[in-house]
Design a protein around this ligand. Structure first.
Ligand code: GDP
Length: 295
C-alpha cells in the first residue's frame, strides 16, 4: 500500500541525513521533494502545497533538539501532519440507536455490496450485534443474489423484495421487519451507477428521508484517486454523509484519496477495505496509516 509514496518520502528525508542541524536551505529542498511525492501520489496540488508549507514552518520553528537529527525531526513532523490531514483520531460508527440504521451509498463497482457484507460480519463478530442486510439495488437482480451469498457466508439474514421496484418502500419494509425480528442494526445496500447521476442521487436521498439513518457511509474505490475525492464531494453535497469507506487499499493505490478525502469533505474515513475476503475490514486509524506510509 502506497509503496511509491513511502519510497519517495524516504528519499526526501535522506537529503537531510548527515546534516547537523535544520537550515532554511536543506528544509526547502526536502520540502520540495515531499511536495512532488504527494502530487505524484495524486494529492491535489493546493493541498500538497499547504501541507508542505506547514511542514516547513514547523521544521524551521523547532528549537535545536540535540537528541534527534534533522532527518528524524522531519520524519516526525511529516508523520504528525499526515495523521492530521487524515483526521488524526479514529471515528467509530454510532451504534446507540436500536435499531441502528446504516445506509451504504456509492458508485457501482466501488465495493458497496462487498463492504455491506463485511460490515455486517464486523458488527456481528466484533460488536455482538444482530444485523439485517437489505438488498436495495433494484436495478441489478445479480446484486440481490450477491448479497444473499454474502449473507449466507457470514450467517446474517438478507432482506429483499425481488418483485418490488421501489427502493424507498423496500427500505421502509426492511425496517419494520428488523423491528419485528429483533435486529438491532440494519445495513441498507443501495443501487449505484457508473457515474454520478440524478436518478441515483434522488433515490438515495429519498431513502435517507424515509428511514432517517444514523449513519450514511459513502463507499469509494481508493484506486480512483482524485476522481474518488470529487465523487465524495458530490455525494456529500447531496447526502451529507457521516463517514467514508475506502475500498481496495490492497491494490496498487497511490494514496491520494486516503490522504485528501477528509480534508475535502470534512468527514472522517471510518473503515478501510483491503480485499475481497469478508474479514478484511478495518477501522481506519489515521495515525497508524501515517506510520505505515513512513515505514
Ligand atoms: P458494488 O457495485 O459497489 O456493490 O461493488 P461490489 O461490492 O460488487 O465490488 C465490485 C468488485 O470489487 C467485486 O469484484 C469485488 O470483489 C471487488 N472488491 C470489493 N472490495 C474490494 C477490496 O477491498 N479489495 C479488492 N481487491 N477488491 C474488492
Amino acid at each position: 500500500m502506497f509503496e511509491s509514496l513511502s519510497e519517495r518520502l524516504e528519499g526526501a528525508f535522506k537529503q537531510l541525513k548527515g546534516e547537523g542541524r535544520i537550515s532554511e536551505i536543506n528544509v526547502a529542498t526536502t520540502v520540495k521533494e515531499i511536495r512532488r511525492a504527494l502530487v505524484d501520489a495524486d494529492v491535489n496540488y493546493k493541498i500538497a502545497k499547504e501541507f508542505t508549507d506547514r511542514v516547513k514552518d514547523k521544521a524551521l520553528g523547532e528549537k535545536v533538539i540535540t537528541a534527534i537529527s534533522p532527518g528524524q525531526l522531519m520524519v516526525k513532523i511529516v508523520k504528525d501532519e499526515l495523521a492530521e490531514l487524515m483526521g488524526n483520531t479514529e471515528v467509530e460508527v454510532d451504534l446507540k440507536a436500536n435499531p441502528t440504521i446504516i445506509l451504504v451509498a456509492g458508485l457501482q463497482g466501488s465495493g458497496k455490496t462487498t463492504f455491506s457484507g463485511k460490515l455486517a460480519n464486523f458488527l456481528k463478530t466484533k460488536k455482538a450485534r444482530k444485523p439485517l442486510l437489505v438488498a436495495g439495488d433494484i436495478y441489478r437482480p445479480a446484486a440481490i443474489d450477491q448479497l444473499k451469498v454474502l449473507g449466507e457466508q457470514i450467517g446474517v439474514e438478507v432482506y429483499s423484495e425481488p418483485e418490488n421496484k421501489n427502493a424507498v418502500e423496500i427500505a421502509q419494509n426492511a425496517l419494520k421487519h428488523a423491528k419485528q425480528n429483533g435486529n438491532n442494526v440494519i445495513i441498507v445496500d443501495t443501487a449505484g451507477r457508473l457515474a454520478v447521476d440524478e436518478t441515483m442521487m434522488t433515490e438515495v436521498a429519498n431513502i435517507k428521508a424515509a428511514i432517517n439513518p444514523q449513519e450514511i457511509l459513502f463507499v469509494v474505490d481508493s484506486m480512483t484517486g482524485q476522481d474518488a475525492v470529487n465523487t465524495a464531494k458530490t455525494f456529500n453535497d447531496r447526502l451529507d454523509f457521516s463517514g467514508v469507506v475506502l475500498t481496495k487499499l490492497d491494490g496498487d493505490t497511490r494514496g491520494g484519496a486516503a490522504l485528501t478525502i477528509k480534508y475535502t469533505v470534512n468527514k472522517p474515513i471510518k473503515f478501510v477495505s483491503m480485499g475481497e475476503k469478508l474479514d478484511t475490514l478495518d477501522v481506519f486509524y489515521p495515525e497508524r496509516m501515517a506510520q505505515r506510509i513512513l515505514g
